[in-house]
Design a binder for this molecule. Structure first.
Ligand code: HPA
Length: 267
């Protein structure tokens, strides 16, 4: 089993899901589905649960990434609903992430809290896997200019949306899009030595960039409109190859990860 899709807001199923399986981890259970996409067995993990019951600041990111590692996953593609601060990245567009700016507060964000005397500092100079990003760009060729090949993601704590001043500040700091979930997910994936890429679906302009208030319904509306494109992108991603190399595994610390059972429990 080498590929996993982490589904964000609006992505609660990818096809012929059977019942969820629960993976026991040192951080609690993670619920996953096994699917076949493009003839390959794929793990699907809906980040917020299938009924969007878990808000971004309460997602059990450590259990999710630990579970994927325990299942033998190597490549992870995550989807993220975002607001845009970049004129060319319009609602309905897709953005492959290359960098993040972390504005989260107090989320458990490492497997290495020092409890076992293991203190490690992971390199995230380039937090998203270049090999998977090359694969993503090839997979998304059918989207034409609606797929942007490089974007800087600002991760805010949520669950509230940003203020207009926060969006102005983030823009000046160099962020292109804003969402609430890629951190610590990308960081934990790197700690576990997984290859991790993220594709954003732009659902709205950032707070203060239009005269309208932001709503979750607006986000879900764009996600629903883009479901067919997103499924096709994922299908093509599973099929795509890349000759680009990466160092994600060697930058990670999988050998020091807390031990657990990784046992699958049918529910
Ligand atoms: N901000 C944060 N998260 C989001 C947004 C936004 O504007 N749109 C969708 N997810």
């Amino acid at each position: 089993m080498s590929v996993a899709i982490i589904g964000g807001t609006g992505v609660y199923a990818l096809g012929d899901e059977a019942r969820p399986e629960h993976v026991a981890t040192p951080y609690g259970d993670a619920a996953i589905f096994r699917l076949s996409i493009a003839g390959q067995e794929v793990v699907f993990l809906p980040r917020h649960g299938t009924a969007h019951a878990t808000p971004p600041h309460r997602v059990n990111y450590r259990a999710n990434i630990w579970a994927l590692h325990a299942l033998g996953v190597r490549d992870v593609l995550a989807t993220q609903a975002v607001g845009s601060m970049h004129q060319l990245m319009a609602p309905g567009h897709f953005v492959a992430l290359t960098q993040f700016i972390d504005w989260t507060k107090g989320r458990p964000s490492t497997f290495f809290d020092g409890e076992d005397g293991v203190v490690l500092h992971v390199d995230v100079t380039h937090p998203y896997c270049p090999r998977l990003n090359a694969r993503l760009l090839r997979a998304g060729e059918f989207l034409g200019p609606a797929l942007h090949g490089a974007g800087v993601y600002a991760c805010t704590e949520g669950p509230r949306f940003e203020t207009a001043a926060e969006v102005r500040a983030l823009r000046q700091l160099g962020a292109d899009v804003v969402g609430m979930t890629s951190v610590p997910e990308a960081v934990l994936a790197r700690e576990a030595g997984l290859c991790y890429a993220a594709v954003c679906i732009v659902c709205n302009w950032g707070a203060g960039m239009t005269d309208f208030p932001l709503t979750h319904e607006e986000v879900l509306g764009i996600m629903a409109e883009q479901t067919a494109n997103l499924r096709e992108l994922i299908h093509q991603f599973i099929l795509a190859q890349s000759s680009v190399g990466c160092s994600c595994e060697s930058l990670g610390f999988a050998r020091y990860l807390p031990q657990g059972t990784g046992a699958l429990q049918d529910v």
